[in-house]
Design a protein. Structure first.
Ligand code: DLL
Length: 429
């Protein structure tokens, strides 16, 4: 099923022509922002220098730190009177990044969300529970307006009060839920603790943080749903940038709106399909805040083969961020690799916390892992064998020695929004 078949299936020359036209427009729009105007002038570049899509490599990169320096409205390309909404995204340090939208931007964003939700088989007959934060986070209002545009009945449940969320799903016969994958697991646990089930639910849309294929299988089997990955970032409207189709094999990135490249994060060199690197996006239709070659920090690759669904370019599931990649004793570790190992061990639950310390100049990684409720006898003593087995499996996957501590079910923090599962304490020493 298609929402906007013409744009979703545009390929070859027609697509390239549209992208080139929109890229030139985006550059002229960006020239209204002093930051881009100065940068382009310094390089002696203008929209006329872009003759084909490969010429995009002439343009300078834009970094999150640049956006932060423009706080609050320094990156707006339209007068304030044309901005009808802002969202912000919190960083790990300093001021947040502010993103702005014109009325046209909001309509384009809702169209992208409607494409995504239609693609996974949702129709106006469905009831959609939007269990994410409705504030400055783009996941709430972004999905809300897209789902409403499609004609679904939308329940703006937001986060919190998980038992009430579960009651709503059953009372309102909700067929589709949107939340973070971590919160979906928490809902699953609470459903199981309550001794109930969610018979009306058939589709889960999960995103805003990294999750693994194992986690998908877990959610699909425990909730009896199909679970789809949803990717996006506030700087590119929010959610809706790339989304899985029913093939569940990579995420379609909407090429009429986003020009994507994969680069080596260290050298900035462009990488080819099948090569893992950092995703760089240039917006093609954003009015209020056009962005040129924006360094997303997300690690993925372009998938080479065509998708049977007939839509265009796909990227692989996000494997981590170039900047949350941990370097432990010289070894690169993505938290998603740890999660993948843990979810494959039936005795342990879904929750874990990773601590990184430096002792005697050596990096040490300690992982607290919750026991699975069914496998837990009530005693943590006597589980040394399991602990050793987990450390061994982690070693096989990461080539790294770790200390595993098993903890009681329910004892680690739960997250309603994005999970924070890594605490790097090396800087504190
Ligand atoms: O997280 C937008 C969003 C909301 C996406 C709801 C999907 C669903 P930000 O808060 O700006 O925007 O965070 C963007 O989150 O650069 C990725 O590192 C990460 N991220 C988002 N979706 C995924 C995903 C929203 N499906 C940052 N898998 C991005 C892995 C994801 N990481």
């Amino acid at each position: 099923m298609f929402w906007n078949k013409e744009m979703e299936t545009l390929r070859g020359r027609d697509l390239e022509e549209l992208q080139l036209k929109r890229l030139k427009w985006t550059i002229s729009q960006a020239e209204k922002v002093p930051f881009f105007k100065d940068k382009l002038r310094a390089e002696g570049l203008s929209a006329d220098d872009i003759r084909n899509l490969d010429d995009i490599r002439k343009l300078p990169f834009t970094y999150k730190t640049d956006l932060r320096e423009g706080y609050p409205f320094g990156f707006f390309a339209v007068p304030k009177r044309d901005i009808v909404r802002i969202h912000t995204t919190s960083g790990t340090t300093g001021k947040p990044t502010v993103v702005g939208y014109t009325r046209h931007d909001l309509a384009a964003w809702a169209d992208l969300i409607a494409r995504n939700l239609t693609m996974v088989g949702l129709t106006p007959e469905d009831t959609f529970q939007n269990a994410v934060n409705y504030g400055l986070f783009t996941g709430g209002l972004g999905f809300h307006y897209g789902a409403e545009l499609m004609g679904m009945m939308v329940i703006p449940s937001a986060t919190g009060n998980t038992k009430r969320q579960i009651e709503m799903i059953n009372d309102f016969k909700v067929t589709s839920i949107h939340c973070t994958p971590g919160y979906a697991l928490h809902i699953t646990e609470v459903v199981e603790q309550m001794g109930t089930s969610l018979p009306s639910l058939r589709i889960g849309v999960f995103g805003a943080e990294a999750w693994s294929e194992t986690m998908r299988q877990e959610l699909e089997s425990r909730l009896s749903i199909n679970a789809y990955d949803s990717y996006g970032m506030s700087e590119m409207f929010g959610p809706g940038v790339a989304f899985e189709c029913p093939e569940q094999n990579g995420l379609h990135i909407w090429e009429d709106c986003f020009l994507s490249e994969i680069i080596d994060p260290k050298t900035g060199e462009t990488l080819g399909p099948g090569e893992k690197g950092e995703l760089v996006i240039t917006s093609l239709s954003k009015e209020a805040m056009p962005l040129l070659r924006y360094r997303t920090g997300d690690i993925t690759m372009i998938l080479e083969d065509d998708c049977p669904c007939g839509r265009g370019r796909r990227i692989a599931r996000i494997m981590g961020r170039s900047d949350d990649m941990l370097v432990i004793r010289g070894i690169n570790v993505f938290p998603s690799q740890i999660e993948h190992v843990l979810l494959g061990i039936p005795e342990v639950g879904d929750q874990y916390m990773v601590y990184v310390d430096r002792k005697n100049h050596l990096d040490e990684m300690t992982i607290d892992v919750e026991m699975n409720r069914q496998a837990f006898s009530g005693e943590l003593d006597g589980l040394v064998g399991l602990q050793v087995m987990i450390s061994r499996k982690l070693h096989d996957a990461l080539s790294l020695r770790t200390t595993v501590r098993l903890v009681e079910p329910g004892s680690l923090p739960r997250f309603e929004g994005k999970a924070k599962r890594v605490i790097d304490r090396r800087g504190d020493l």
